[in-house]
Ligand binder design. Sequence first.
Ligand code: BTN
Length: 323
Amino acid sequence: MKKLNANLINLINILKDGEYHDGNTIGKHLRTSRSAIWKSIKKLQNYGVQIDSIKGKGYALREPLVLLEKNKIQSQLKNENIEIIIFESVHSTNEYLKVLKNSKKIIICLAEQQTQGKGRLSRTWYSPFGKNLYLSCYCPIQKDISELAGLSLVVSLAIVKTLNAYGKDNCFSAKWPNDVLYEGKKISGSLIEIHAESHGSSHAIIGIGINVNMLDDSKQINQAWSSLQQVIGEYIDRNQLCARLINNIVYYLEEFSSFGFVPFQNEWIKADCLTNQNITLRHADKKINGKVKGVNMQGHLLMELKNGDLRTFSSGDTTIEKK
Ligand code: BTN
């Protein structure tokens, strides 16, 4: 577990033009030795960053890279009272936040790499260095746990809104309860863990993974996936994306905390890609087939079963049946 340090950020900021820079000159700029620069370069290469080195010329980044930077994110936030922690590498941003208790304010944990990124249902979340967004949000909550079913949907809507702001005809959709898709391919998912403490206070850890600048390097993902760069066609500034996402999440959480899921129903209808689809729902070790009929006021899934019965589900995992 290692916090992201300024040396690495400054080094990448010099190399980000894609040109060759020699160790001596970089060292002078950053007031450090050539061997310290060499060590940082090795470290980045070990993380999987592609850096070419030629004797006499120095080092050059083979593909664009801008690291996450606390100041760049914080300066774009609407709420000034949010703490941000950024790791170079961490097991899982959700797991890291689990050790914190009783914070009254929102804490955001970000990482350039996760070594044990977690998805729902004990899946792993592929988390290569510097490519994507791995964000967890510690959020104190005042609601009863029974009222939190809609929270996953509200988080998905905040992600959809953030991605749609990149201007591609509202092409991102939400798949109940926690997936965000582009043309049926997964671009983002969230993992929400609720912690209730004995003296009545509780908090949610909302973990969000967004595939941002990942292009081709992941045979590690065993389902159809996409990334924001693939959709938009250009390198995405993750600091800006992150700030926009935090602003949307914080606003949506406030609304949800005051008014529940009801104000989000119309937005869900617009974003939802499951209604009127035949799906398989995995719920409590069972597989249930049926047609989706939307969601109710709490955000529970409405499903018409093969025998015509209408049932509601508060949790589960959905797959659209192939036609
Ligand atoms: C899913 O779609 O299965 C949920 C994926 C959630 C991944 C994010 S990445 C940041 C946070 N830390 C984790 O270990 N998981 C979540």
